[in-house]
Design a binder for this molecule. Structure first.
Ligand code: PEP
Ligand code: MG
Length: 755
């Protein structure tokens, strides 16, 4: 037998020469298989490539009938070749014909070959094809031969991935790598984004596969592993990390893996077989990924992900690559594709170029999602496999309305979406044109249009949308995206910044509304059976007066000399407000004693979100300077439907009689007591339900920034008095079976109101 340790090295060297020669792709493939056959002393060597229709086609062979090339085919999962591609695992058989999956392809003449070794051609864990060697004699291929063939398959993976084989692909067919894919996920941010993939953690494309000097490559690997270990230790010793449970756990795992002997041995082995250090990491990573895709245990999958991340880091160390595309390479229409990412990382990208975000993980409450929504970009989360399937600069569509991601869309789909986006853009332009138009209804009623916000990235929308102020500033978002509790000075600086950026327009700060679906990782309370009804918002604030007082102090200081409007969330009894006001009073006294400047004007308000307040309306209206209805929670509690549970949240209509009658009671009580009233739930963001609110007598509404234009267009065409009459009659009519929503739709249609 040959000298096996030299075998793979010689082969890889020969392949490198072949790759560099100016050959036509078929010629190159033919020579590659001949070379492999010779080197491995095999009578047959064949390459099958996976097409986008799921068929593995014979692209080249040495030893089988040449006439079968581009004719012999097997479906994914069919025959030995199909089994290897589907499982992304090698098959090593001394008697191929006796294997249950064996499928006889008469055109190839392969019946005389007994032993069979096939390995997947892998790239980032996906099988792009299969490489096979066969011999007449019954024999089992040794472990090192399997290893050598797997390494060789990487060269072919590169050939497929660079698109070289397109030239010899039958017209009308595509290779799997360019296959259009649709991934269904969850919608975390509405809207449609068209653009090109930017992988958040780009894979380093290793082009230099074969090493010149094994010792030198081993040395490079050792150095890169050393720096990787040091960088993980550095991260672990940072104070903020040590306080974060989860992040720390991940890093601990990384550290463990970075010292894993088995992993390091595999890497070294691949280098000894002739690969560069980068190619060795990619090779081992690809196998890990392929394994990971087969795992069903979520814990093990998670661990494999960690390995994968670590391999990426190591690749970056080796190649000296930064994590991000350079500014010049960053597409004008970028869609960020990531497994998961931190909020701060999203903010690092050039904001004006980002058209969408795709996450393999994430939840509506994850920080990056909150920030993305504030930026107004469409987001699809839980998009399984997106990172492995996407390549940098692939065309991609994120449909946040329909919770779908279309990767490499076919041209018809692309055109349909382009049309949709153009249509939206035209409408947006029309809305923008209304920005400075006074919000007066057709019958002359002045309406106050405010917007909701919670982060600094929201604030530019204020002027763009033409809102008069911020009707709801969700202060908990600063807490939710921070890794540790924001300190008093940080809170103050943040509110100061908000005041500065809103340039004198009124801002209503809501005190911390955490608990329920608003999770603050470092503030863990005991598990609750019913968190929505649990220890949250004002309840938590009153039990932790220190927390509330710190926040109130920060607000007082940040608005010194200006107007401070603040309100408390989730009030159930007026008595709670009295206690909160007492705490505020103490803070005011403290500030005066210290000789600090106080706000010029102070307005103390309450959110009306809990139905119990409906039976304390007069006390409430007299206790506060203003009331803001939180229709999201009020609806949830009034109708007993979880707002975050898609199975029930749409079951009842906010425009149904019960809820509208409830809102009418609130409007009447506010009028009776002369208390300013506004509404800041999602209901104000849809032109039709906003129209209903104006019909009920609301004169101030606060909504998401993108809704301001459409709502203004609606009200400019609305005769509010006429609608009030229609709505009043409809709500009083206990015999009517016509849904109020229908009555509103008909009213809008009959009066030419855009809803
Ligand atoms: C609401 O409940 O309607 C509201 C505006 O508050 P949030 O959505 O923040 O709970
Ligand atoms: Mg609420």
């Amino acid at each position: 037998m040959r000298d096996l340790s030299a075998g793979p090295r010689v082969l890889l060297k020969r392949l490198r020469e072949l790759m560099a020669e100016p050959l036509e792709p078929q010629e190159r493939l033919d020579r590659i298989v001949r070379q492999i056959a010779q080197n491995m002393v095999a009578e047959v060597c064949s390459v099958y490539v996976l097409r986008s229709d799921g068929v593995l086609e014979l692209y080249a062979t040495e030893g089988l009938n040449k006439t079968a090339v581009h004719l012999a085919q097997l479906k994914m999962g069919q025959g030995l070749v199909g089994t290897i591609a589907a499982s992304a695992r090698p098959l090593n058989l001394s008697d191929a014909q006796s294997h249950p999956a064996f499928t006889y392809l008469p055109e190839t003449g392969e019946e005389i070959y007994h032993s069979f070794l096939g390995v997947p051609i892998l790239r980032t864990g996906r099988a792009l094809g299969v490489l096979v060697v066969q011999n007449k004699a019954m024999r089992n291929y040794r472990e090192d031969e399997v290893e050598a063939l797997e390494t060789t398959a990487m060269v072919l993976a590169e050939m497929v991935a660079t698109g070289e084989l397109k030239k010899i692909t039958k017209p009308g067919l595509e290779l799997d790598l360019s296959r259009p894919v649709t991934i269904e996920g969850n919608s975390y941010g509405e809207g449609i984004g068209l653009g090109y993939v930017v992988l958040h953690e780009p894979r380093i494309v290793v082009t230099n596969l074969l090493n010149e000097d094994t010792e030198q490559e081993l040395q490079r690997l050792a150095e890169a592993l050393g720096s990787l270990r040091i960088s993980i230790d550095d991260m672990l010793s940072r104070r903020d990390v040590s306080m974060e449970g989860e992040h720390r756990a991940v890093l601990e795992t990384y550290r463990m893996f970075a010292h894993d002997r088995g992993w390091v041995r595999k890497l070294e082995e691949a280098i000894r077989n002739g690969l560069t250090a980068e190619a060795a990491v990619e090779r081992v990573q690809s196998e890990t990924k392929a394994r990971m895709m087969r795992l069903t245990d979520p814990y093990l999958r998670e661990r494999m992900h960690d390995f994968d991340d670590l391999a990426n880091r190591l690749l970056r160390q080796l190649s000296g690559y930064g994590a991000k595309l350079s500014a010049a390479d960053f597409p004008g229409d970028a869609i960020i594709v990531a497994r998961a990412m931190g909020a701060a990382e999203l903010l690092d990208y050039p904001r004006e170029n980002i058209r969408g975000l795709v996450l393999e993980e994430g939840a509506v409450t994850s920080h990056v999602v909150i920030v993305a929504r504030a930026m107004g970009i469409p987001v699809v989360g839980q998009a399984a496999g997106a990172v492995a399937l996407a390549e940098n600069r692939d065309a991609i569509i994120v449909d946040g309305d329909d919770a779908k991601v279309h990767l490499r869309p076919v041209s018809d789909l692309q055109r349909a979406y382009e049309e949709k986006v153009r249509f939206r853009a035209r409408r947006q332009a029309q809305f923008r044109a209304l920005k400075d138009v006074e919000p007066l209804t057709k019958d002359g009623t002045r309406i106050t249009l405010l917007m909701n916000a919670g982060l600094l990235v929201d604030l530019p929308h204020l002027n763009e949308a033409g809102a008069e102020g911020i009707g709801l500033f969700r202060t908990e978002l600063q807490f939710m995206i921070a890794s540790t509790m924001p300190k008093a000075e940080e809170q103050e600086a943040f509110y100061r910044n908000v005041m500065k950026q809103t340039g004198g327009k009124p801002v209503t700060f809501r005190t911390l509304d955490i608990g329920g679906d608003k999770v603050v990782p470092y503030f863990r309370a005991a598990e609750e059976e019913n968190p929505a009804l649990g220890w949250r918002a004002i309840r938590l604030s009153l039990d932790r007066p220190g927390l509330l007082r710190t926040q109130l102090r920060a607000m007082l200081r940040a608005t010194a000399g200006a107007e401070l409007k603040l309100m408390l969330p989730m009030v159930t009894e007026v008595a709670e407000l009295k206690i909160a006001r007492g705490l505020l009073q103490k803070e005011i006294e403290r500030q005066s004693k210290l000789g600090e400047q106080l706000p010029r004007k102070l307005q103390f308000g309450a959110m009306l979100e809990v139905p119990a307040l409906l039976w304390q309306l007069d006390e409430l209206m007299q206790e506060v300077d203003f009331v803001s209805v939180g229709s999201n929670d009020l609806f949830q509690f009034a109708m007993a439907v979880d707002r975050g549970n898609a199975r029930v949240s749409d079951r009842f209509d906010v425009l149904g009689r019960p809820f509208l009658r409830m809102l009418r009671e609130i409007v009447r009580a506010a009028e009776r007591n002369g208390t300013p009233l506004t509404l800041c739930g999602e209901m104000a963001s849809k032109p039709l339900s906003a129209m209903a609110l104006l019909g009920l007598g609301f004169r101030s509404v606060s909504m998401s920034p993108t809704a301001v234009g459409p709502v203004k267009a609606m009200l400019l065409a609305l005769d509010a008095g006429k609608l009030a009459e229609v709505l009043e009659a409809a709500l009083d009519d206990i015999k009517s079976e016509t849904a109020i929503r229908q009555i509103l739709v008909d009213f809008a249609a009959a009066n030419g109101i855009p809803v």
